[in-house]
Design a protein around this ligand. Structure first.
Ligand code: NAD
Length: 443
């Protein structure tokens, strides 16, 4: 489970009463636009593309699938450092299935894949050269005017384990940060200046434990900002961060800060930073899932390894938190809901519908569930017992991490639709259809 750190304050007992909620039953009444959520339809010119980095990974593959289903052409790059090539074929199968079921849609979008490291600027340039065109708005790059068919980028490629980053910070700073600067410079040269960034709730660091309320975007800003707190008081948030406890969290915060600086220096950039809470679940087809290459750090892949008998028991880190059952509480979000958040973000960014040219959004459900509740839900859908090993709190974890998602609801017209039980059902489906994960020889 990816969690920001801190330990100091006593958090409020969260509302965990709606384990099986569907998005439409969430008890919030201050939202003005009509629900249920209408999936974003891409009104994309047929020769424009979205560049997706890290698109064969867990979140990238689900987002690529939804982009294609919505009509976007996609250029996907990945170095396969934490993914499997078979994911590409599986995305293609699902897209084909989708369009054969929707025969009224005569444009089947294009999916192109290049296996490169996104930090290899030469390789990246060779790819971007192929998407240059004379028909787009000009941009004067370092070596002359450039035009691109790539209308925007969604950047997933990164290393993602806070725990691992404490042991080996330099690869994290290299891959997540140094390469990132090179990516932005290169994109700028090609006039590609619409950018959606995979950020994380880790950017809130210590603030998670200091707030008795779900965390708002205004708690972590890159320029000083006034905002109204839960009691209606106007407060000033100064730019900066507090209590980041892993190099991973620092890379996410620094990438956001760089992007914020960039839009100030160059008004042609439009940036969305999506701060994910705890993604779980997978596509209901059972063809896409979460199957990291090394030892998993996130909760659900570990649960799945226990269910596959690849691990003897699930370690629960901390049973004495001030929560309903003593275990940590997280805002679990179904990965397809998360993917749809990216579609909403790219649609807003490419149509100049953002409130500011750097805009951060929490992507979470606004609901908290404890680690034990997730375990119980997995036991319910699998009808199997999950062996537990109760251990001490782990450094780097917070007691409660719940998003306040209203900004995304109001400004992106996006909200979660799927429950924790849906996520567990879909993960179990992936597990039963792929007993060896993506290593299945038939995949
Ligand atoms: P993932 O590891 O499954 O996917 C990342 C993909 O990027 C992998 O396919 C990997 O092979 C690729 N990649 C890594 N470095 C690369 C490089 N230098 N060049 C090309 N490809 C590269 O991770 P994920 O869970 O899908 O996460 C995607 C993004 O979301 C990451 O930036 C991560 O930090 C962020 N995020 C994830 C979570 C989570 O819990 N999964 C939470 C918050 C934020």
């Amino acid at each position: 489970m990816e969690t920001p750190n801190n330990s100091s304050t006593q958090p409020a007992t969260p509302d965990t009463s709606s384990l099986a909620h569907s998005g439409s039953s969430t008890p919030r009444s201050d939202i003005e636009f009509p629900f249920p959520f209408v999936p974003v339809r891409a009104d994309t010119p047929k020769d424009e593309y979205i560049l997706v980095t890290g698109g064969l990974g867990y979140i990238g593959s689900h987002t690529t699938l939804e982009l294609l289903k919505a009509g976007y052409n996609v250029v996907l790059i990945d170095n396969l450092s934490n993914s499997y090539i078979c994911v590409l074929d599986r995305i293609r199968v699902l897209v084909q299935q989708h369009y054969s079921n929707h025969s009224e849609e005569n444009h089947v979008p294009i999916l192109e894949f290049r296996q490169i490291d996104y930090g290899d600027v030469g390789a990246l340039r060779r790819i971007l050269d192929q998407y240059q065109t004379a028909t787009r708005k000009p941009w004067v790059g370092s070596d002359g005017p450039k035009y691109s068919k790539i209308m925007g980028v969604i950047h997933f490629a990164a290393y993602k384990s806070p725990t691992e980053s404490i042991r080996m910070p330099l690869p994290y700073y290299s891959n997540n940060l140094a390469c990132f600067v090179g990516l932005l410079e290169t994109l700028g040269d090609y006039g590609i200046k619409t950018f959606v960034f995979s950020s994380s709730a880790t950017v809130y660091g210590a603030m998670m434990n200091e707030s008795n309320e779900p965390i708002k975007e205004e708690h972590c800003v890159h320029e000083d900002e006034l905002f109204t707190d839960g009691d209606g008081r106007i407060k000033l948030t100064q730019q900066g961060c507090r209590g980041l406890t892993s190099p991973y969290g620092r890379t996410k915060w620094m990438c956001e800060a760089i992007l914020s600086d960039l839009i100030i220096s160059d008004p042609d950039w439009t940036v969305v930073a999506l701060r994910y809470f705890n993604p779980v679940g997978c596509d209901p087809s059972g063809l896409l899932g979460e199957d990291p290459l090394g030892l998993p750090n996130n909760l659900m892949p570990v649960v799945c390894k226990v269910l596959r008998s690849e691990l003897p028991a699930l370690k629960i880190y901390g049973t004495d938190y001030n929560t309903n059952d003593g275990t940590g509480v997280r805002d679990f979000i179904h990965v397809t809901d998360l993917a749809m958040g990216h579609l909403a973000a790219i649609a807003a960014a490419t149509t100049n519908c953002l409130y500011t040219r750097f805009r951060s959004f929490n992507l979470g459900s606004g609901l908290g569930h404890s680690v034990l509740e997730l375990v119980e839900a997995m036991e319910q859908v699998s009808m199997r017992e999950i062996k537990l090993q109760l251990t001490d709190r782990r450094s780097g974890d917070v007691a409660i991490s719940i998003a306040q998602p209203t900004r995304a609801e109001k400004e992106l017209n996006w909200r979660t639709q799927r429950s924790l039980l849906d996520s567990c059902r879909d993960s179990w489906n992936f597990l039963t259809r792929n007993p060896l994960g993506y290593r299945n020889p038939e995949s």
